[in-house]
Design a protein around this ligand. Structure first.
Ligand code: BGC
Length: 706
């Protein structure tokens, strides 16, 4: 009752407020969602400030600067109590260009944990380290759909599936925004590096709405993300920084985003005819130009002076910027530099935990893993990346940390008295071959590094094949000819062609870029103190030709409805490793799938339970995945199945746990172009449950009527 009275009062107040009278009630609800209970006071304060700020002052706030290379500032007006935004990257940790911070495993690795709660803790820790450098906005998470594994920035995002990305990004944002506001990036359809500034992606409405946008909608509506960074590329003919469909109509209109849109760095287009790009961006909904002035600042002033734009357009930009500053307490709780908050033992422990949880056991024949080390045992550690600090791309997501633990260092530290021999090159002499042949186990670390993939211009850009770097597979083959316990650790940000390696090796672990504590985490998995539970957040195809083409040369590309596991399902193609796949040192059996209702209506929730039994001899963590298909659907195209829910469960050896999963029926909707809305088709849906997108032993059918 009290809440109702308050919200009615609030509506009345907003209705009377300056500039608010024509806002629909839903906009008010969105502002409240964004800002919390103080929103009425905040909006009043903004109204007052808009009355006090001169046009020059407001214009000054519409574009950022970098007074020194390590400071990205969007000025406020300190004399009026409006703090500056001082921004920093990024998705793998804080401190870029500032100094050391905790380098977490890359987001793709964290995606493999399938654990939004772990991601929440990581987001919070990164937020703390951002504050420790007196920065007040974090440029993360990267949450683009990985359409193709060759994308140079694959490692920065969580995977290929919009539901999974949304869950992980919500976790990150919930944690990080306890410390600083964040900007979700890059909006939208940003998944090619080499042509990132020039490419126009043509994407049909259903593909856009169902594949490339749903996770962004969730972080706006459920995650109250403070800001959104527009992408460099164009979508359907308009630059993302001046795209009225994406920014004005969808993000701010339909989704009622109450925060600010910031351009990607230098991602605005300089005016060519008068104020053309200034007007396009301002009317489309770009609120802040970073980090150089091309279209806002002086040109924006000019556009207003000339009458081409109304000052109210600038007021709206400033309103949104101020809302972020005040709703996220940048004025009352400014960050203070504090070196003691960086690289704390707790943060490093979290990085180790996350890395251990992210590792995906791809292959394990004859119980090659785990290795139980003991005195008297001989272990060879080798491979091109064995003693390499492999934190990932050195582009905008880079983080520098002290004491990066390499695989070799981690394995030596965890060896429990076993003798570790490091071979820095493939065995070249009979003596070295004997060392390998006589070893109890051989651990070889191969894969990608920042020389192979990363951000364009400042990094290596896109890859051009799924192949391992030259010599890596051969190194493994040479070892496999000598030893019958060859354990391959693969590093990298995305899928690789591991066909030969899997054929040669006894065990293969995908370790991604495992962060500052990665070497310890590799040892935890190899030596069995961590039972691997990571799952592939992307499909590993058997061949490049099995995927849709990756065109990073043309400036015009078209994205179709299918990519990743949906594409392989649609074309009936077997992957090398499916989406959601990962082995454990134990085994699980699924039984007793119960769907609460055999038929559902409208906005109901699909509730499912399933029993998971640990049929092995070690405790283990299982990621239960629920996919939904609609085999009789009349809508085309339609994926054979979409991931709609997942949950993790720890099960002691020999025991059984019941896992509950829920799917809101409205999540099953497809975008209906005619009505411009999501519609749930009346049909029979197939609910499939299991441990990967290709291992779904249980299913049930549910009739759903809208
Ligand atoms: C990247 C962004 C990053 C920004 C600032 C851009 O090149 O695309 O992701 O936040 O630089 O480093």
């Amino acid at each position: 009752m009290r809440r109702l009275t308050k919200s009615l009062l609030v509506l009345a107040l907003l209705g009377a407020g300056c500039g608010e009278s024509d806002r629909p009630a839903t906009a008010t609800a969105a502002v409240r969602n964004y800002c919390g209970d103080d929103y009425v006071e905040v909006e009043r304060r903004i109204d007052r400030l808009l009355g006090q700020l001169t046009l020059e002052q407001k214009i000054f706030m519409t574009r950022g600067e970098f007074p020194t290379p390590d400071i990205w500032t969007a000025y406020g007006a300190p004399e009026l109590g409006i703090p500056d935004f001082v921004m920093t990257d990024g998705p793998r940790g804080a401190g870029r260009m500032l100094g050391n911070a905790t380098a977490f495993p890359v987001a793709m690795a964290r995606g493999a944990t399938f654990d939004p709660e772990l991601e929440r803790r990581i987001g919070e820790t990164i937020g703390i380290e951002v504050r420790s450098y007196a920065r007040n906005v974090l440029l993360a998470p990267t949450m683009n759909v990985l359409r193709h594994p060759l994308w140079g920035r694959a490692q920065e995002t969580y995977g290929e599936d919009p539901f999974h990305i949304g869950e992980m990004a919500l976790g990150f944002i919930a944690g990080a925004q306890t410390q600083v506001p964040v900007t979700a990036k890059h909006f939208a359809v940003n998944s090619i590096e080499n042509t990132r500034h020039t490419v126009n992606v043509t994407v049909d409405e259903r593909t856009l709405r169902e594949i490339y946008l749903p996770h962004f909608r969730r972080v706006v509506q459920e995650g109250r993300v403070a800001g959104v960074m527009s992408a460099y590329n164009s979508v359907n003919g308009a630059f993302c920084s001046e795209n009225p469909d994406l920014l004005r109509d969808i993000l701010k209109g339909e989704w009622q985003f109450a925060g600010f849109v910031v351009s990607d760095w230098g991602g605005t287009e300089a005016n060519v005819n008068g104020y053309d790009h200034t007007i396009a961006a301002a009317t489309a909904g770009l609120d802040l130009e970073m980090f150089v002035e091309k279209i806002y600042g002086a040109p924006l002033f000019g556009a207003i002076e000339s009458g081409a734009l109304d000052e109210s357009v600038v007021d709206e930009m400033i309103r949104r910027q101020l809302r972020a500053r005040f709703c996220y307490a940048l004025d009352t709780d400014p960050p203070v530099a504090d070196a003691t908050q960086r690289e704390t033992p707790a943060a490093r422990a979290l990085a180790r935990e996350a890395a251990g949880r992210s590792m995906v056991l791809l292959h394990n024949s004859g119980g090659a893993l785990p290795v139980t080390p003991s005195a008297g045992m001989d272990i060879v550690v080798t491979g091109p990346l064995a003693d390499f600090e492999n934190l990932g791309d050195t582009g905008s997501s880079s983080v520098t940390s002290g004491n990066v633990v390499t695989a070799l260092e981690g394995l030596m530290a965890g060896a429990s008295g076993a003798t570790i021999t490091h071979l820095a090159a493939p065995p070249a002499t009979p003596a070295e071959e004997t060392v390998v042949a006589d070893a109890d186990a051989v651990v070889v670390v191969i894969g990608l590094s920042t020389d192979d993939e990363g951000e364009a211009e400042i990094g290596a850009g896109d890859r051009d094949s799924l192949a391992l770097p030259a010599g890596h597979a051969e190194w493994v083959a040479q070892l496999a000819a000598l030893s019958d316990r060859v354990i391959v650790i693969v590093e990298g940000g995305s899928a690789l062609d591991l066909t030969d390696v899997v054929a040669d090796a006894d065990a293969v672990v995908m370790a991604w870029y495992p962060g500052v504590e990665g070497g310890h985490a590799i040892a935890d998995v190899v030596f069995g103190s961590v039972n691997p539970s990571g799952r592939l957040p992307i499909v590993f195809p058997a061949a490049l030709a099995d995927l849709p083409p990756f065109d990073n040369v043309s400036d015009e590309v078209t994205y179709g409805y299918f990519h990743g596991y949906r594409h392989l399902d649609d074309t009936n193609t077997a992957p090398l490793f499916p989406f959601g796949y990962g082995l454990s040192y134990t085994t699980f059996a699924y039984s007793n799938l119960v769907v609460e209702d055999a038929s559902l209506r409208g906005r109901d929730t699909l509730r499912v339970t399933v029993d998971v039994e640990n049929t092995g001899s070690r405790p283990g963590r299982e990621t239960v995945q629920l996919y939904v298909g609609a085999p009789s659907s009349t809508i085309s195209p339609r994926a054979a199945r979409d991931l709609r829910a997942f949950a993790q469960v720890e099960v002691p050896a020999g025991e059984t746990r019941t896992v509950a999963l829920e799917v809101p029926v409205e999540d099953l909707g497809t975008w209906d172009v005619a009505s411009q809305s999501f519609r749930v088709e009346a049909t029979t849906y197939r609910v499939e449950v299991g441990s990967s997108s290709r291992d779904l032993p249980l299913f049930a059918d549910v009739a759903i009527t809208p």
